[in-house]
Ligand binder design. Structure first.
Ligand SMILES: Nc1ncnc2c1ncn2[C@@H]1O[C@H](COP(=O)(O)OP(=O)(O)O)[C@@H](O)[C@H]1O
Ligand SMILES: [Mg+2]
Length: 348
């Protein structure tokens, strides 16, 4: 299947006064895909959304939607809907009126609005909620109404700005899955913004990691987690233990512990190997070079988070609670599983 890029930012820079908030970024979303911008607070995510929506004009560069240059177009001329962290519903209108508001502005007939509002409410599992008011429903239901209000307009592009941030932890997962399900069902090209890594992974085809107005890496969740391109990416994508390593033709040597060389390793000579905590286990036997001592144990329910000392380095790992009950001071043999290993180039 060939995919055309439906939303494109070309060499876009945005300055507020002398402050460069977005620094020459390129971004492309293929038709029907959900791409997520992930990055720490203040890195410029909302600014990118506002640029795509037409709420801000770029200082430099171009924005294209569906093959057309929309850089100079207003939000009304872009056929885009945005779902915010705050639901921005009108308190004096019923939910039905809230959802149908956009269609009413477009001059759609009352009968059609009524029918489409009913369908939109069904999509977000709020059948029959037309006549209720905002203060009669929960926060999670309000965000569903906000989603229905966007979907009913069948926009070319949907934008989400941290839509789960105001929801309780237990509601986040169901709302997240609902957003992804409907985005796929209607094949809506979407740009989603969050600072939460697991949320980004769960909803996205591709993730773009941003930092200080720059794009650090673009890839599928698996690519970013398994093959981070820099130290920043390795630590931003979860916990990582970084080791000095020597690379030979058929093995990798870490503190004298020799591991079969993973096929995807390109490095020669000396370098840095990263290992995710879940790829390290504690064994009962091994080589002397693998000996480690438990320094800290935290019980997390499904697993223990354990810090061991290995060759004067503190190593974070996870122990499945059904396998082993670790205690501080115990000695084990550390084992590394090649699946969770990556090499790092010498860039920050
Ligand atoms: N209208 C504005 N005027 C001046 N500075 C702004 C404006 N909007 C955003 N900024 C600045 O741009 C930077 C990025 O903001 P934002 O895009 O909201 O980040 P994020 O959504 O990633 O938290 C911040 O330093 C913020 O203060
Ligand atoms: Mg923001």
């Amino acid at each position: 299947m060939t995919q055309t890029n439906f939303v494109e930012l070309r060499n876009v820079t945005k300055r507020f006064g002398s402050n460069t908030v977005i620094d020459n970024i390129n971004l492309a979303i293929p038709q029907g895909q959900m791409v997520t911008l992930l990055g720490p607070s203040g890195c410029g995510k909302t600014t990118v959304l506002r640029l795509v929506a037409g709420l801000e004009k770029p200082s430099e560069g171009q924005i294209l939607i569906d093959g057309e240059d929309v850089t100079e177009r207003s939000i009304q001329q872009r056929d885009i809907c945005m779902v915010f962290q705050s639901y921005a519903l009108f308190p004096h209108m019923s939910l039905g009126e809230n959802i149908g508001y956009g269609l009413k502005m477009l001059g759609t007939s009352k009968a059609e609005i009524k029918q489409r509002v009913r369908e939109a409410l069904a999509l977000v599992d709020l059948d029959g909620f037309e006549d209720r008011f905002v203060d009669q429903i929960s926060g999670g239901q309000q965000q569903r109404v906000a989603l229905a209000r966007a979907l009913i307009l069948k926009p070319k592009v949907l934008l989400f700005d941290e839509p789960l941030s105001n929801l309780d932890a237990n509601l986040r997962r169901s709302m997240r899955d609902k957003i992804r399900e409907l985005q796929k069902q209607f094949n809506i090209t979407s740009l989603y913004v969050t600072h939460d890594q697991s949320e980004a992974f769960a909803v996205s085809d591709k993730v773009l990691v941003m930092n200080k107005g720059h794009i650090m890496q673009i890839g599928s969740p698996q690519e970013l987690y398994r093959h981070p391109a820099s130290r920043f990416m390795a630590s931003f994508m979860g916990d990582a233990n970084l080791f000095p390593a020597a690379f030979a033709d058929d093995y990798v040597d870490i503190y004298g512990y020799r591991l079969a060389r993973p096929a995807h390793f390109a490095s020669r000579g000396e370098g840095t190997v990263g290992v995710r905590p879940e790829a390290i286990t504690l064994g009962e036997q091994g080589d002397d070079s693998q000996r480690c001592v438990i320094r800290h144990v935290a019980y997390m329910g499904p697993q223990y988070e354990v810090i061991v000392e290995w060759h004067d380095q503190q190593i974070l790992l996870q122990v499945n609670a059904t396998r082993l009950q670790p205690n501080v001071g115990e000695s084990y043999y550390l084992e590394i599983h090649p699946y969770g290993m990556f090499t790092l180039p010498d860039v920050e």
